[in-house]
Design a binder for this molecule. Structure first.
Ligand SMILES: Nc1ncnc2c1ncn2[C@@H]1O[C@H](COP(=O)(O)OP(=O)(O)OP(=O)(O)O)[C@@H](O)[C@H]1O
Ligand SMILES: [Mg+2]
Length: 358
């Protein structure tokens, strides 16, 4: 029997301070021995979004406690751990540095391997915590900073099929929540409000729906929500109708763009066993989950969603990505630095800014 690897994972790329202890199991998935997430929601609520300096200070205040809590809950002592993984990018450098530095320090003094994890690879591999999915698979990554279709060919091997040319989907949810005065964090509050409204009341745009392959765009939709929100004047029924219409428009966009991405995947990968993984914070949205489940039935592919607790930022997915990289000899030296930008497919074209041709 081969030894089962155990890792400590640390995540501080945005507004969650998180640590987890993960061990491989006999099913080739993970035993989550602990998964501690300290959210900074209350700190950022009054500003309606993440304030980098506040986030960095909160990470500094919380990180030691969170790591100790993860070790305590797992009932594993540090000397029984095989390695340490910490998020090294992409994200806010002031935030990333907190988790990365403490991870490197623990690795140095305990003389254990260290793995610097790309936060997006954490999301991409997160379903592996619970499910044994074979490579290659199609990934729809929808989060606070990213919205992309990628082929996950293997650990460390990604091909981008499409990406947002402007806002990320999580950002569109967060801005919509702000415009509708629904509170922070935006995604869950828009989802809740959308259940109370008429989804066909407002006709909202579906940007680049009939062009640019499976690339995505949400800026025009956000502007339309801003325009319509000015007509609401405190009328709750209209507010819920606008939230529902926004959610419905997102569903229509994702349905069409995902079906294009599936066709692109089929052309590139010769397999009848197609798996679509939907990961990232926005993948917690039940309406999006149900909507894409319908598409999977229509098109005959399998759809995999990580458990809701592994959709938003967490350190379990970072520890898991760390274990996978460690097993492929992709550990790092401890002089590695944080990176604010770190695409999974480094050859993908940069799809933002003036002069972009679609
Ligand atoms: N139920 C939901 N419906 C829609 N959006 C949601 C829901 N729950 C969370 N979100 C959104 O998910 C986003 C947070 O996801 P995540 O934590 O993965 O983002 P991030 O780590 O900040 O960005 P990235 O992973 O791109 O670096 C936020 O924009 C939040 O509003
Ligand atoms: Mg994230």
């Amino acid at each position: 029997m081969t030894k089962k690897i155990t890792f400590l994972g640390i995540e501080t790329s945005c507004d969650e301070t998180a640590a987890a202890i993960i061990r491989e199991n006999d099913k080739d998935t993970a035993d989550v021995l602990s998964n501690i997430v300290s959210s900074q929601i209350s700190e950022h609520r009054k500003f309606g979004g993440v304030v980098p300096e506040l986030a960095a200070r909160a990470h500094l205040e919380n990180i030691e406690y969170v790591i100790k809590a993860a070790l305590k809950e797992s009932k594993i002592s540090l000397n029984k751990i095989d390695g340490i993984a910490a998020t090294a990018g992409p994200g806010l450098i002031v935030c990333l540095t907190v988790g990365l530095n403490i991870g490197k320090s623990i690795a140095a003094f305990s003389k254990k391997p260290f793995v610097a994890v790309n936060h997006l690879e954490g999301h991409a591999l997160s379903p592996g915590l619970e499910y044994n999915i074979q490579f290659p698979y199609l990934l729809l990554l929808i989060s606070g900073g990213h919205s992309q279709f990628l082929i996950v060919k293997d650990i460390n091997r990604y091909e981008q099929l499409g990406t947002t040319i402007d806002d990320a989907l999580g950002e569109a949810f967060d801005k919509t929540a702000k415009m509708l005065d629904l509170g922070y964090p935006g995604g869950p509050s828009v989802e809740k409000a959308s259940k109370l409204g008429d989804k066909n009341f407002f006709k909202l745009p579906e940007p680049i729906i009939n062009k640019a392959g499976c690339n995505l765009s949400f800026a025009g939709l956000k502007t339309a929500v801003l325009r319509e929100s000015k007509k609401i004047n405190g009328n709750n029924e209209l507010k819920f109708n606008l939230a529902a219409s926004f959610q419905n428009t997102i569903n229509k966009i994702l349905y069409k763009k995902t079906s294009i991405a599936i066709e692109m995947f089929k052309k590139k990968i010769n397999t009848s066993d197609i798996n679509l993984v939907v990961a990232g914070g926005v993948a917690a949205n039940i309406s999006i989950r149900e909507n894409l489940k319908k598409l999977s039935k229509e098109k005959g592919f399998k759809i995999v969603y990580p458990d809701i607790k592994f959709c938003g930022d967490n350190a379990a997915m970072i520890a898991w990505a760390g274990i996978q990289r460690f097993k492929k000899n992709l550990s790092n030296k401890i002089d590695i630095e944080a990176k604010s930008r770190w695409p999974l497919d480094k050859d993908a074209p940069f799809m933002k800014g003036p002069g972009l041709k679609l």
